[in-house]
Design a protein around this ligand. Structure first.
Ligand code: FAD
Length: 401
């Protein structure tokens, strides 16, 4: 193989940098490019659930994150108006979550890729993929300010997010599609202490959540169902505050706080994309996306990076064929995330919990192991399929009666 690189990764955030880092640590020649210059913010809130914290620990990045002063989160609180569930989200691999600013987290990931030996090219925009005999063999793009270049590799990985140029170009099969179900807007507040809690408030057709982040600030995101998005976007601040006002105690805390940033927000569709084909692969949002209500995207991106890098290692080292290794990656990804995808999509409708769920929530309240279990589902530690299995639900209901 006379390519200069084994793998080129397009996109250097939660999916791209870990993919590049893991491949570089295995000795592969990796180029990772991003049109952004880091540290760089992006349109996203940033709860990092305990399994993603465990990944940061495995990768040797967690200490650096902790050193930024980002406060740990040891309790998830779910206020459903009639019942409140409060539980610990972690397990033995990581007991806490964090909510680091993307300027902080993504820069640490980029640094880790660079330190692992990957060549990182910032402010480089990929304009098109290069094909040969129907196979992706490289990228063509330009450095900010002008210089155009073409680079070749055995595999090009699209870690380029929801609007992925790689996915758009190769046109993968898309499945399990869902339209946007809600829209939400967030900002940062000073003087709004959270005491290690990630608080979520669900109200009919709307809701909000808050978590502590870097620099003594608290992230607060509020949203409403898709039917109200068009009308509400004309007064984002008013609707944001009206949503918070549905929880009077929290609204009182906000009255003593100061908003320190403009609102940012959006809505997103759900989809799975076949994540591989001749000469290409997809990780992170480029390959699979879901509503952000359960804040799974960073964790999913980390897991994709791990599994895709492993599959590419098998393929590049000749242990297995590319198709076999990558089909395995797709199967593992889909089986793992599908129950969470359905759970997330149900929550994102912002409909009141159906009667059987309401009954379960009521039964859970005050039952600490059950509340911890529910927190762990939302944290991506326990599969909804396991937690909502008949036997487990039966146990919780029986304990309450
Ligand atoms: C409002 C909102 C709130 C969210 N909240 C959370 C949360 O609390 N917790 C959580 O885990 N997830 C959350 N998510 C999801 C999370 O943001 C994504 O899942 C995650 O960012 C995916 O990472 P990624 O690396 O796949 O893509 P991205 O973060 O989108 O990164 C893609 C990168 O590719 C680069 N790129 C794209 N095209 C090109 C090109 N042609 N050339 C060069 N570079 C290119 C971009 O510059 C970008 O840096 C939220 C999402 C939204 C929209």
């Amino acid at each position: 193989m006379d390519d200069k690189y084994d793998v080129i990764v397009v996109g250097a955030r939660c999916a791209g940098s870990p993919t590049a880092m893991l491949l570089a640590r295995n000795g592969y020649r990796v180029l990772v490019v991003d049109r952004a210059k880091f540290p760089s913010d992006t349109l996203s809130t940033h709860i990092v659930h305990p399994p993603a914290v465990a990944a940061l620990q495995r990768w040797g990045i967690l200490d650096k994150l902790v050193a930024t002063g980002c406060p740990p989160i040891d309790t998830y609180v779910f206020d459903f108006e009639t019942v409140t569930i409060s539980g610990a989200p972690g397990d033995v691999t990581a007991t806490v979550a964090y909510c680091p600013r993307r300027t902080v987290l993504d820069a640490l990931l980029v640094d880790a890729a660079r330190q692992a030996g990957a060549e990182v090219r910032e402010e480089f925009t990929v304009d098109e993929l290069v094909f040969q005999d129907g196979r992706v063999v490289g990228i063509s793009g330009h450095q900010r300010g002008g210089r155009t270049s073409t680079e070749r590799a055995a595999v090009v990985v699209g870690a380029d997010g929801r609007f992925s140029l790689v996915a758009r170009t190769v046109g993968p099969v898309q499945y399990h599609e869902k339209p946007p179900l809600l829209c939400a807007y967030y900002s940062y507040w000073s003087n709004l202490p959270m005491h290690g809690r990630f608080e979520q408030y669900a109200r009919p057709a709307r809701g909000f959540a808050a978590a502590p982040t870097n620099d003594g600030l608290t992230l607060v995101i509020a949203g409403w169902d898709i039917a109200h998005c068009e009308a509400n976007k004309h007064d984002i601040e008013g609707n944001y505050l009206a949503t918070i006002a549905t929880a009077p105690e929290f609204a009182e805390r906000v009255r003593g706080a100061t908003r320190e940033a403009r609102f940012a927000g959006t809505s997103v569709p759900g989809y799975f994309r076949r994540p591989f084909g001749p000469g290409w692969a997809l990780v992170g949002d480029a390959g699979y996306n879901k509503d952000f209500i359960t804040a799974q995207g960073i964790l999913d991106a980390f897991r994709d990076a791990q599994w895709c890098a492993l599959a590419l290692h098998d393929a590049l080292s000749g242990t297995r064929s590319f198709d076999d290794a990558m089909r395995d990656y797709q199967t593992k990804r889909d089986e793992h995330v599908l129950p969470m995808y359905e759970f997330t999509s149900q929550l994102a409708t912002l409909e009141p919990p159906p009667p059987e769920m309401q009954e379960l929530l009521t039964a859970m309240a005050g039952n600490q192991p059950a509340m911890d279990g529910f927190a762990r589902v939302n944290a991506g530690v326990t599969s909804p399929a396991e937690f909502f299995a008949e036997a487990n639900v039966g146990r919780i209901l029986a304990t309450a009666s």
